[in-house]
Design a protein around this ligand. Structure first.
Ligand code: SF4
Ligand code: SF4
Length: 186
């Protein structure tokens, strides 16, 4: 029997996270918007979630798109080829930024019992985010909105598997669980 996967409602998720912002002011002023600028190797970019690409037409005037093989880029076996990777060469129109940008610097972490945690992103980045480095307190409504968006996204088995795999890898790498900023168990 073939089970159809229902793609998350990205229009709803974009509306939900439209105003999400980690600080009262523009955090880009703390770092010169380093996470939005190409790095020396021009490797910086943002992955789209499965189906999110429907909101992006071809190449835009502020980004170019690459098509990545999921198997070569660490995605689980239930992700279809290609995975869409957006590289910005100009500031985006804020309302068009991908979900991954709306969530940063928070990342999801799933415990083996299914509890969802939000933590600071632990992936190796080619820049230093002051929000992570200095553990700057984030707006509560930002954290709650990101948590709600993740609870919706995790209903998609492809996204859930990615987060589960990343979580087990992270626990191995850090030999434990990172500092918890939000938990579905509370
Ligand atoms: S690196 Fe961190 S502080 Fe700088 S713009 Fe990105 S999220 Fe904001
Ligand atoms: S989409 Fe916007 S917020 Fe995301 S990296 Fe590009 S310029 Fe920055």
């Amino acid at each position: 029997m073939i089970t159809m996967i229902e793609t998350p409602d990205y229009n709803y998720l974009y509306a939900l996270t439209r105003a999400a912002t980690p600080l009262d002011g523009d955090c880009g002023l703390l770092c010169g918007s380093v996470c939005c600028r190409p790095d020396r190797k021009n490797s910086l970019g943002v992955y789209l979630f499965p189906g999110e690409e429907a909101l992006f037409n071809g190449d835009g005037d502020w980004y170019t798109r690459e098509y990545h093989d999921p198997a070569e880029h660490g995605f689980p076996g239930n992700w279809s080829d290609p995975v869409h990777f957006i590289k910005c060469h100009a500031p985006c129109p804020r309302e068009a930024r991908p979900l991954a940008c709306r969530f940063f610097p928070l990342a999801p972490h799933l415990l083996t019992d299914g509890t969802l945690l939000l933590i600071h992103e632990t992936a190796r980045l080619p820049y230093r985010c002051p929000l992570i480095e200095k553990k700057v307190p984030l707006r509560g409504d930002f954290t709650n909105t990101v948590a709600l968006a993740w609870q919706i996204l995790l209903k998609d088995p492809r996204i859930r598997r990615l987060v589960e795999e990343d979580s087990r890898e992270r626990e191995k790498m850090l030999r434990g669980i990172p500092r918890i900023l939000w938990s579905s168990a509370i």
